[in-house]
Each structure stands twice: as structure tokens, then as C-alpha cells.
Design a protein around this ligand. Structure first.
Ligand SMILES: Nc1ncnc2c1ncn2[C@@H]1O[C@H](COP(=O)(O)OP(=O)(O)OP(=O)(O)O)[C@@H](O)[C@H]1O
Length: 580
């Protein structure tokens, strides 16, 4: 998408609020007109005061009152202009932000899997901000700048074409000086932002990994690395401030030289009676008004360039195809029994690397299935297909005999309760977190679910019990406690089928036993898939699926598979046999 197309698309959003745009243009015209009428009145006032004993006080007074009125009107409309452009910019980005959030929710999981979270967040926050700044500054500065330049040139020409020529000849010099300084300092500001980003990342990494840092006695090394980046930030910061602070004095120097030349020529013309002293005064003010917007416009152009780049990044997300919608005749799954069938299922994340080649599998209602296999074997992929986070490339997956492509995604996902290793809790109370899938649940229901999940005891020991606020999943809860809360969350919804991912780490033995018990209770009578890491879970499963390179290469009960002496027996002997 090129710059023109980007702005056309952006302005389409802004177009919905064009009434603010039209009013802003009118306000800009009035505000600029008053700033141009002012100097004219000042000139006339001066002409009324020249010569000893020739001051027409009544006329001077009238002009001064008029001048005051003109400037008051100018200020009022200047403020209105800021207000209206603010409304226009914020309404526009508000809509853009809303659309982006909606779209992030309907993008297929594939998008989120392939894009770093930080990048999506940055598009959502930083890029939207850049577009907002661009619209805000761009609109008001360009409008007033262009009107001021045009108006000042017209009035200067009217007063003295010769002096206007001098002013116009100086304009490119002023522009290039401003541009040189702005480009240089913008480059340094970009470097500064980049180094700051990297420093942020480094600090985040070090704070997050403090335990490991200390355990490996990495503090000195980490401090040295930090100091180097910090020093770099300092150097760039100083340089960028140096250049940006040059901008004003440098352009002012060019303007002042021009100003002196005009003053000299003007004085000669006054002496020759070609213009009045009032004309000269007005002209000098116009020359100043004319020069000022160049500085601002150069600054705004860089801002507009960065807004364009940001808008392009936002539109790239908005143009990502959403998850294919449910079929129009999609049905819900009112009361799933739990019969799951995979028939000749084929799937690849990347077409050139087939993962699941021909998966056939039947799981009868109420079966507890343990999925086992080395890392990368395809265990998560199987779950991804079952939940329709990804669609199979060929073959079919059926629940209770119905192809899942014919089910609504909502209906299908409601039929499964999921407990993942990466526990996700949001900023809210314990009660709200448990009731995530059933927001209208009563406290009694929430407590019953927590009791069933072995979570009630530790919740009651929290400072405010069920009303304790969890800070975005962080805070004082242990990993195991967080997992117990997510189990309670599923217990409350009471889904007919389950998908569980056993945690592999950071859980104390007691909590682990609690989780195991909760898992077992939850699985009673339900078709359940457990990505299993513990021998006890695997042994107690009705069916073990051993996965390798994307396919189920062995299936059966623990005893059957051991007797077969194949992959599972190999894994068992190498990993578990010693501990039994
Ligand atoms: N989003 C993705 N895009 C491309 N390839 C992927 C994606 N997700 C997984 N893979 C690849 O597919 C294969 C199976 O991955 P999967 O996550 O299903 O394995 P797993 O058995 O669950 O592993 P683990 O036990 O480590 O979680 C791996 O080779 C992995 O690199």
C-alpha cells in the first residue's frame, strides 16, 4: 500500500467526522485571517501617530479597539481549531483502535502463533498513537501554515512587490536550514527510541530472570551490558537534543538576516515616499508570519511520514484474513456425548512440511485419553485441530458423528473444557476469574467448583478470600494455585469433554497431588484428552496415544503397549521405569 492509498484509506475513517473537519477549516481561515488583519491595523495605527502634533487620538483609539477585537476573535477560533482537530483525530483513532481490537479477536490462531505478542501490542499502542499525532498535528499545522503563507504573500505583494521578492528568495534558505536540522535530529530521535526499546527489553529480561541472574552470578556482566546501553542512550539523547535545539536559532538567523535586508530596503522606500511607515511595519510583521510556518511544516512532514508508516502497519493487520466464518447451516452441539473420530486427517502448518499424514482414531464416550510423545511430536497440534484453532487440510474430524466443520465454532468450543499449562488469569477478583465462562454464577456455585478443584482451602487463606484481586495473573499466587483456579473455572462450566495439558514444572508435590485429584474428578465419565507427562496419569488412562512426527504410531492401554515392546515401551523404560 503506497502513501497515497494509505492516506485515502485513513481519510475515509476521518471522513465520518467531516463536520469537525469542515468547522476546523472555517476556524483555521478565521484565525489566520485575524492574524493577517492585525498587522494591517497596526500599520494604519502607526500612520495615524506620525508627526509631532499630528496624532489623531480618536482614530488611534478606534483602531486599537478594533485590533483588540480582531485578536480576541483570532484566539477564540485558534482554540476552536485545536478543539475540533482533537475531536477529529481522537474519534478517528478511536474507531481504528476499536476495529483493530475486533479484528485481533477474529484472526485465526495462526496469525497469533506467527507474530510476536510484543509486535501486536506495539501496533496497537505505539502505531495508533503515531497516527493520532500525525492527524492532530498534520491537520492543524498544515491548515494554518498554508493559509498563513498564502495570505501573507498576498498582502506583502499588495504592499511592495520588490520587498516581497526578497522575502520569497530567502524562503528556500530558511526551509533547507530547517529541513537539515529536522532530518538530522529525527534520525537521532529514531536511534534514541530504538536504543530505549532495546534497553527496556534488557531491563525486562533481567528483572524477569533475576533468580537465574543471581544463581549464575551474572550480576556484574548484566550491569556492564546495561551500562553500555545506558551510555549509548545518553550519547544519542544529548546529540538529538543538541540538533533539535539548533532548529530555532538557525532558522531565526536566516529570518533575521532577511528581516534586516527588508528593513533597509523598506526604510529607503519610506524616505522616497513609495510606502508609509505603517506599511513598512505591517510588511515586517507579514514577513515574520510568512517565515514561521516553514519550521512547523517541516516538523509536521516528518511526523506525517511516521504516521503513514504506522497506518500501513495497522492496515496490514486489518487486511489479514479473518478466521473463515462458520458455514451458514452450522449447527450447535446441544448435549455432546463425547464420541470423537479422526478419519484420514492430514495437516501441515507449512504446506512444504507435512506434519499429520493420515490420522485415524476413534475415541468412545467417556474414554480418558493420554497423548504421549517427545517434544514436537504433534500433541498440541492434535488439540489445535480438535478445537478448530486450525482446520485440517484433508479428512474429517467428527464429534458425535457430526463433522466439526459443520458445527459452529462457539458450539464446538463450548463442548470442551480446557486447562492449559500456561494459566491465564486476568486482573480481577478470584471469583470473577473462576466465573469467566459463566459470569452469572452464584457465589455458592463458584465455591462448589473451587472445592471440587481443591482450590477452596487456599482461596480462603487469601486476604479477601474470593474477593481477593489478582493482578493480571501475577502477584502472590503460585503456579500450582493458578492452575487450580483454572481447573475450578472449567469445573464451573461443567463441559461434556475435556482437554488438559499437564504442567511440567514449578509445582510443589502437595499441589501436584491436589491437581491430579482435581483432574481425576473432572475426568469422571467425560471424554478427556490429557497431554500427559506423569506416569500416574498415563497409566490410569483408558487409551494411550503415542505420537511421533505428527502421527499416532501406537495406541492402546499401558499394559498392551508395554507388551508390544515398541515406542511406548522404549519411552517407559528410559524415563519412567527407574522411578517405579
Ligand atoms: N504455528 C506453527 N507454525 C509452524 N509450525 C508449527 C507451529 N506450531 C507447531 N509447529 C511445529 O509442528 C510440530 C508439532 O508441534 P506441537 O506443538 O504439536 O508439538 P508437541 O508435541 O505439542 O510439543 P511439546 O511437547 O514441546 O509441546 C513441531 O515440529 C513444531 O515445530
Amino acid at each position: 500500500m503506497n502513501t497515497k492509498q494509505t492516506w485515502q484509506r485513513l481519510l475515509k475513517y476521518a471522513g465520518k467526522y467531516k463536520i469537525y473537519g469542515i468547522l476546523a477549516v472555517i476556524s483555521a481561515l478565521i484565525s489566520v485571517a485575524s492574524s493577517l488583519i492585525g498587522p494591517f491595523l497596526i500599520g494604519r495605527t502607526i500612520d495615524e501617530m506620525i508627526g509631532k502634533g499630528a496624532v489623531r487620538f480618536d482614530e488611534v483609539f478606534r483602531l486599537l479597539v478594533l485590533l483588540g477585537f480582531v485578536y480576541a476573535v483570532g484566539s477564540l477560533f485558534g482554540w476552536l481549531l485545536t478543539y475540533l482537530t482533537n475531536r477529529l483525530a481522537y474519534q478517528t483513532v478511536n474507531e481504528l483502535r476499536g476495529e483493530m481490537f475486533d479484528h485481533l479477536n477474529v484472526l485465526p490462531l495462526k496469525y497469533h502463533d506467527n507474530h510476536p505478542q510484543g509486535d501486536s501490542i506495539s501496533r496497537f499502542v505505539n502505531d495508533i498513537d503515531a497516527v493520532s499525532d500525525g492527524l492532530l498535528q498534520g491537520f492543524s499545522t498544515l491548515l494554518t501554515g498554508v493559509f498563513t503563507i498564502a495570505g501573507a504573500v498576498g498582502l506583502m505583494l499588495y504592499t511592495s512587490p520588490l520587498m516581497t521578492l526578497v522575502v520569497l528568495l530567502s524562503a528556500p534558505a530558511s526551509y533547507f536550514v530547517a529541513r537539515f536540522v529536522t532530518v538530522k535530529s529525527q534520525q537521532l530521535f529514531r536511534d534514541q527510541a530504538r536504543i530505549l526499546g532495546s534497553l527496556n527489553g534488557y531491563v525486562e529480561e533481567m528483572v524477569g530472570g533475576q533468580k537465574v541472574v543471581q544463581a549464575f552470578r551474572y550480576e556484574e556482566h548484566s550491569f556492564a551490558e546495561f551500562s553500555a546501553q545506558n551510555e549509548q542512550l545518553y550519547q544519542t539523547g544529548v546529540k538529538s537534543q543538541f540538533y533539535s535545539s539548533l532548529s530555532n536559532p538557525a532558522t531565526r538567523l536566516v529570518n533575521n538576516v532577511t528581516f534586516s535586508i527588508i528593513a533597509m530596503i523598506g526604510s529607503v522606500m519610506v524616505i522616497l515616499s513609495r510606502i508609509t511607515v505603517g506599511d513598512l511595519s505591517s510588511f515586517l510583521i507579514y514577513a515574520n508570519l510568512f517565515a514561521k510556518p516553514f519550521n512547523e511544516i517541516t516538523g509536521v512532514i516528518t511526523q506525517l511520514q511516521s504516521a503513514t508508516a504506522s497506518a500501513q502497519r495497522i492496515f496490514r493487520v486489518l487486511d489479514e484474513p479473518a478466521e473463515t466464518p462458520d458455514r451458514p447451516d452450522a449447527v450447535d452441539l446441544p448435549q455432546a456425548q463425547g464420541l470423537i473420530e479422526f478419519r484420514d486427517v492430514r495437516f501441515a502448518y507449512e504446506q512444504e512440511r507435512p506434519l499429520i499424514k493420515a490420522l485415524n482414531l476413534t475415541v468412545t464416550p467417556g474414554t480418558r485419553v493420554a497423548i504421549v510423545g517427545k517434544t514436537g511430536a504433534g500433541k498440541t497440534t492434535l488439540v489445535n485441530l480438535l478445537m478448530r484453532f486450525y482446520d485440517a487440510d484433508a479428512g474429517e474430524i467428527a464429534v458425535d458423528g457430526v463433522n466439526i466443520n459443520r458445527l459452529s465454532r462457539d458450539g464446538l468450543r463450548r463442548a470442551f473444557g480446557m486447562v492449559l499449562q500456561d494459566t491465564w488469569l486476568f486482573g480481577g477478583t478470584v471469583r470473577e476469574n473462576i466465573a469467566y465462562g459463566k459470569p452469572d454464577a452464584s457465589l455458592e456455585e463458584v465455591m462448589a467448583a473451587a472445592k471440587a478443584a481443591n482450590a477452596h482451602g487456599f482461596i480462603m487463606r487469601l486476604p479477601q478470600g474470593y474477593d481477593t484481586v489478582i493482578d493480571g495473573g501475577e502477584g502472590s499466587l503460585s503456579q500450582g494455585q493458578k492452575q487450580l483456579l483454572t481447573i475450578a473455572r472449567v469445573m464451573l462450566v461443567d463441559p461434556p469433554m475435556l482437554i488438559l495439558d499437564e504442567a511440567t514444572s514449578s509445582i510443589d508435590t502437595l499441589t501436584e497431588i491436589r491437581i491430579q485429584q482435581a483432574f481425576l474428578k473432572m475426568m469422571e465419565g467425560r471424554t478427556s484428552f490429557v497431554i500427559a507427562h506423569r506416569l500416574s496419569t498415563i497409566r490410569e488412562a483408558d487409551l494411550i496415544l503415542f505420537m511421533k512426527d505428527g502421527d499416532v504410531v501406537e495406541s492402546g492401554s499401558h499394559e498392551e503397549l508395554l507388551a508390544r515392546g515398541g515406542h511406548y515401551a522404549g519411552l517407559y523404560n528410559s524415563q519412567f521405569a527407574v522411578t517405579t
